[in-house]
Design a binder for this molecule. Sequence first.
Ligand code: HEC
Length: 132
Amino acid sequence: MTTKLKQFGAIFLFLAVWTSVSSEPRTVNDGVYTEEQAEIGEVLYTQHCILCHDKKYFRPVLKRWEGQPINVLFTVMSASMPENNPGFLSEKEYVDILAYVLSLSRYAPGDTELDYKDGALNDLIVEARKRN
Ligand code: HEC
């Protein structure tokens, strides 16, 4: 590599690190699920969860998870729920239920589905709902 190229590389690396550190983390206020996904989640929730958790159950639950990556909540629910049949649903189904749970707390939907793949949920923070 020539010296010029090395310098360019160093500057590029610096900028990449700097922007990743300074950019705000994504939160549940950023339109992180779609309306259709929440509708699918509602059907699943009615079939598998409502028996023990009414629609109000998750409001205080989400409050308690504020400041944490939503991945933790996702792991809790996909590993231990429904209590009478833990891990019964697929990850896709759990993530659709999670979308519905967000809609119950009136977080605004957006254009892209909530996804569990590639650690997407690790980088998504639970935050109090922002009113527009
Ligand atoms: C047979 C009853 C039952 C069913 C069905 C059930 N749960 Fe639960 N769930 C419980 C109990 C009991 C607890 C622990 C006590 C509590 O927090 O209410 C719990 C706790 C939870 C928690 C932890 C809440 C916290 O405090 O962080 C989550 C998340 C959850 N359930 C999600 C679900 C989802 C999603 C479904 C449907 C796929 C489901 N549950 C179905 C009984 C049930």
